[in-house]
Design a protein. Structure first.
Length: 186
């Protein structure tokens, strides 16, 4: 079961379900069998929601679920300060951090030192994982939420991060669906 909270939660869950993983938006408590928790980092650091989400984070960690953070747009990082944000992200020790190149630049520290799996999305250009750049199919728009969901599903299914990113780039561009429809039956 995947659980998500934040501005992209509903879309993330919709994509995860379409990719075969049960998913729900965070409710009162985490469900049993939690495999992955996705949180909006902005919400995690807001005074009004941060304490409750930190408890959810800790509960997911105790269930041995993977924890992913979505950094979202760079403005909030700039506002709070890159070094402060980098330090707090490092203390959380999230398993995966999704970041745009702009948000990663605002953090001002290598994401590789902050998380186990740093994923930098580059929109229509693809993504970068551990410095390995995966190019998106030419002429496609990447759905950022679809990319995160496809990456998480692939990682939980046992792919290594670079392979998961490759699958996610194709899924976010709509190419996995096209390939499945074009594949011969049998």
């Amino acid at each position: 079961m995947f659980v998500a909270a934040g501005s992209n939660a509903a879309g993330f869950c919709q994509w995860a379900r379409a990719l075969g993983e049960p998913a729900t938006v965070l409710g009162e408590a985490l469900p049993p069998g939690l495999r992955l928790l996705l949180l909006d980092a902005r919400e995690l650091f807001r005074p009004e929601s941060g304490r409750a989400l930190k408890q959810v984070f800790d509960s997911a960690r105790s269930q041995r679920a993977l924890i992913a953070l979505d950094l979202g747009p760079p403005a909030w990082i700039r506002e709070r300060g890159g070094p402060r944000t980098a330090y707090q992200l490092a203390t959380l020790q999230a398993d995966i951090i999704f970041s745009s190149a702009e948000s990663a630049a605002e953090v001002g520290a290598p994401l590789e030192g902050i998380t186990s799996v740093p994923v930098v999305t580059m929109g229509a250009e693809g993504c970068s994982v551990f410095g390995h750049r995966l190019v998106a199919p030419e002429g496609t728009d990447q759905n950022a939420v679809g990319f995160m969901a496809a990456f998480c599903v692939a990682l939980v299914d046992g792919l290594v991060p670079v392979e998961a990113a490759g699958r996610a780039v194709l899924a976010a561009a709509g190419r996995l669906v096209e390939a499945a429809q074009e594949a011969p039956a049998g």
